[in-house]
Write a protein that binds this ligand. Structure first.
Ligand code: CU
Length: 801
């Protein structure tokens, strides 16, 4: 809410008000502005009334919401509210959600909404015109109805078109988003409030591998500057994925049910599978189920070469029980995830089983003076790896089972208090406890290399993190907004005594067991962000963040310098060998970022956003060379994790312009996203690993009544700034053309399209090396970069009720 009358005299006074928010709470309390009432009708693109659409009005200052449903005539009416600025969100499964910031005046007000046909995710993300809850300008939020994305993509691919994001390819379900050149655990990945640890020395089961893209309803990406309330134990940024909020019956119905069933087929690699989401609810109780199954075979690249170990199969089941009454919401989610197999073309190993069982209990209570949002969670992960048949030139002789068991548990609690009309205070606490056992059974007959004893890679590894934070969002006047936050994460790590397959591992094990493994890191993060809205069409923002990540269990505790054992450690897709370092310090990033956003006054016809940034990372966790080895014509490095200062700078750009918009000829627009970044290690001046070269995407999209169609083009520059320490390959530039079309009948939608239409051969700049081809060739020849998918056509069908 913007209150212009209470303008302060000076910045000093303003700062004092931030530092003493509790005093202001006592002194001023809530103001009593006028009362407003909003009502209207929700239409579909054919101008028919939409029954049962969920209408949510949120106060961006407090996050508190009013929710209602449209009746049989598509009408909605919200209760009386104080006048001011709100976010209006309207959603109905099967249609694209509507999101807009509105200003309510005193008295009754009418707002009719037309929900559009959802756009498939191939098109480029439009810069968000709305930034709820004090998110940075550079943050991007995408929303959709459940089931609008079928699982022909991994959840990570939902982020691929977002400014500041590039994808590091791995197994079919394990791709990792890189935000401003930082990926993996440098990015905080939060799915339904839960951060799951990697329970694998190769990170084959990252957090996003547990979420079906079809069950992601809202995806928020914050590259670089992140409010401390959404950060912690990460330095690159935060990705938040939420499944759909529970559905409850509307005002004019006693009970409510809805569902979406979809299926897809993709020809290159023969991917196919169904998704189902269903809800049954009355006014107070709701039960939902969402399930998906998908199978993928190996794809072929643009030269017709089959890229082996790009197969996968996966099943996801989530049951949701929810209850609500005035001011209270309780949600219990139980998940069962099963991946029976998944190939990893850029690793020495493949996944042969991964089971994840999770429980997630959420309680939200509105006290009137503030809102508490708390969650408790648990996940157990059972993960097994072995060498898949595709890889081995010597069938069965290379059998090497590895089993990992991880357990995550903890809570998050956030309290949001609107102190007065100007300041909102957020306080929070988190605990994340992670237990890991990484156990490699003996393989009889292979003494002394892999027998007679099992290899204890991580034995009773523990990583416990306790966090506290406080944050103030302040709306000083109609032009200035600030966000200030401070956060402490204390990380305790330890691990038990280890041992190897045989005496040949004994020296390393004894040296490791002889010293203490307990480590405590006290990490301090801070974020300061200021936004200036010059006029209705121009906004500027500048921010600074200090963020810290403590090492993971393998970075500190991978103990063996044996070539084979160290070759099993590493999540980089580079074929190198990694050894841990007990002396490793947390890495600390200092990021400065600015954003400028321009758009037409109504935020409908055009928008442009530019975000330059620079990050200096103190004690960046890189590596030192221990030794090199050569097999065939390829050289590999054995590396020990080590702290070195590093720097990444770059710029993101995003824009869109409407070409035409009328009832007769529909809506057409052009969108564009570009990214440039450069990263180097400061002591050696060498390139950092996995830096995406200059890249841009542009798209044309047209919607006309029930039709939607578009074209997209992606251009990626040659990758020449590579990490010489890891023998990272250079990759040539390329361009990819795609197209898609859909037709919607209301209860049914048909999607069809194609990717890489010109069947272009290209090497993935962040894909690492093709270890499969190299191993299948008997460890001979020159190892090559992993190549991308050739032409691929897909079709999808969605039914809803
Ligand atoms: Cu694994």
């Amino acid at each position: 809410m913007r209150i212009q009358s209470a303008r302060t005299s000076g910045i000093l006074k303003s700062l004092l008000a931030v530092l003493l928010p509790i005093t202001s709470l006592a002194a001023t309390g809530h103001a009593e502005p006028g009362r407003a009432q909003l009502s209207g009708v929700v239409f579909d693109p054919s101008s028919r009334a939409v029954v049962g659409a969920t209408v949510t009005l949120t106060d961006p200052a407090t996050g508190s919401s009013q929710v209602t449903k449209t009746n049989d005539q598509g009408q909605y009416r919200l209760p009386e509210l104080p006048a001011g600025k709100y976010e209006l969100k309207v959603r109905r499964s099967g249609l694209a959600p509507f999101l807009e910031t509105i200003t309510l005046m005193d008295g009754p007000q009418r707002m009719d909404v037309t929900l559009q046909i959802p756009t498939r995710k191939e098109s480029v993300t439009v810069p968000a015109a709305v930034q709820p809850h004090g998110l940075p300008l550079a943050a991007n939020t995408q929303t959709t109805g459940a089931g609008d994305w079928s699982r022909d993509q991994s959840a990570a691919e939902l982020l691929a078109d977002t400014p500041g994001v590039s994808l590091r390819q791995s197994g079919d379900l394990a791709s990792a988003p890189m935000l401003h050149g930082m990926g993996d655990e440098r990015v905080k990945l939060v799915v339904d409030g839960l951060t799951v640890s990697n329970s694998c020395p190769n990170h084959m089961n990252p957090p996003l591998s547990y979420v079906a893209s079809s069950s992601a309803a809202e995806v928020t990406v914050m590259a670089g500057i992140t409010p401390v309330s959404m950060g912690g134990d990460s330095i690159g940024g935060t990705v938040i994925i939420n499944s759909p909020a529970p559905v409850f019956a509307g005002e004019d119905e006693n009970w409510h049910s809805e569902g979406v069933l979809s299926a897809f087929f993709r020809n290159n690699g023969g991917g196919y599978g169904p998704d189902l989401t269903a809800w049954v609810a009355n006014h107070n109780f709701s039960m939902g189920y969402s399930g998906s199954w998908a199978d993928f075979d190996d794809y072929s690249d643009g030269s017709g070469h089959k890229v082996t170990s790009t197969y996968a199969q996966t099943t996801d089941n989530v049951v949701t029980l929810a209850a609500q009454d005035a001011g209270n919401l309780v949600v219990l989610q139980a998940g069962l995830h099963h991946t029976p197999y998944e190939g990893f073309p850029n690793a020495q190993m493949d996944l042969v089983r991964n089971i994840g069982e999770s429980l997630n209990l959420r309680y939200r209570h509105d006290f009137g003076w503030g809102v508490l949002d708390a969650r408790g969670f648990w996940q157990g992960t059972w993960h097994s790896m072995n060498i898949g048949e595709d890889k081995s030139a010597f069938p069965m002789s290379m059998w090497m089972p590895m089993n990992t068991h991880g357990r995550d548990s903890g809570y998050t609690a956030k309290l949001e208090v609107p102190v007065n009309n100007r300041h909102t205070l957020r306080l929070g606490s988190e605990v994340h406890h992670f237990l890991l056992d990484d156990h490699w059974p003996a393989v009889p007959g292979t003494e002394p290399y892999m027998a007679p004893d099992p290899f204890l890679s991580i034995y009773h590894g523990q990583r416990t993190r306790l966090a506290w934070f406080g944050e103030v969002v302040s709306q000083w006047n109609s032009k200035w907004t600030t966000l200030l936050g401070i956060r402490n994460d204390t990380v305790w790590m330890n691990t038990g005594q280890v041992s190897g397959y045989s005496d040949m591992y004994a020296a390393d094990a004894e040296a490791f067991n002889a010293v203490s493994h307990a480590r405590t890191d006290i990490n301090l993060d801070a974020t300061a962000l200021a936004r200036y809205e010059l006029n209705r069409s121009t906004a500027f923002e500048i921010g600074y963040a200090r963020k810290t990540r403590s090492p993971n269990l393998y970075e500190r505790y991978a103990w063996s310098t044996n070539w084979m054992a160290s070759g099993m450690i590493g999540w980089f897709g580079d074929g190198n060998y990694y050894v841990g370092n007990l002396d490793l310090k947390p890495e600390v990033a200092h990021t400065v970022s600015a954003s400028a956003a321009w758009h037409d006054a109504a935020k409908k016809r055009w928008a442009l956003k530019v975000t330059p940034y620079q990050t200096y990372v103190q004690d960046y966790i890189d590596a030192d060379l221990l030794a090199t080895t050569a097999y065939g014509d390829s050289t590999f490095a054995q590396l020990r994790f080590a702290n070195h200062n590093a720097r990444i700078y770059g710029v993101d750009g995003a824009g869109n312009v409407t070409l035409w918009d009328s009832a007769k000829s529909g809506h057409a627009e052009i969108t564009g996203v570009m990214g440039y970044l450069h990263g180097d290690r400061l002591d050696t001046g060498t390139g950092l690993y996995h830096m995406m070269p200059l890249n841009a995407r542009t798209g044309f999209e047209e919607k006309l009544k029930r039709w939607s169609a578009g074209l997209s083009f992606q251009a990626v520059d040659r990758k020449s700034n590579v990490d010489s320490l890891r023998f990272e390959p250079q990759t040539p530039g390329y361009g990819l053309l795609g197209t898609h079309a859909s037709y919607d009948w209301g209860h049914m939608r048909l999607d069809a399209g194609g990717e890489n239409l010109l069947n272009r051969y290209y090497e993935l700049p962040l894909g690492g090396v093709n270890f499969d081809d190299y191993m299948a060739g008997g460890w001979m020849g020159q190892i090559r970069p992993l190549t991308g998918r050739g032409r691929s056509l897909y079709i999808g069908l969605t039914l809803r009720y």
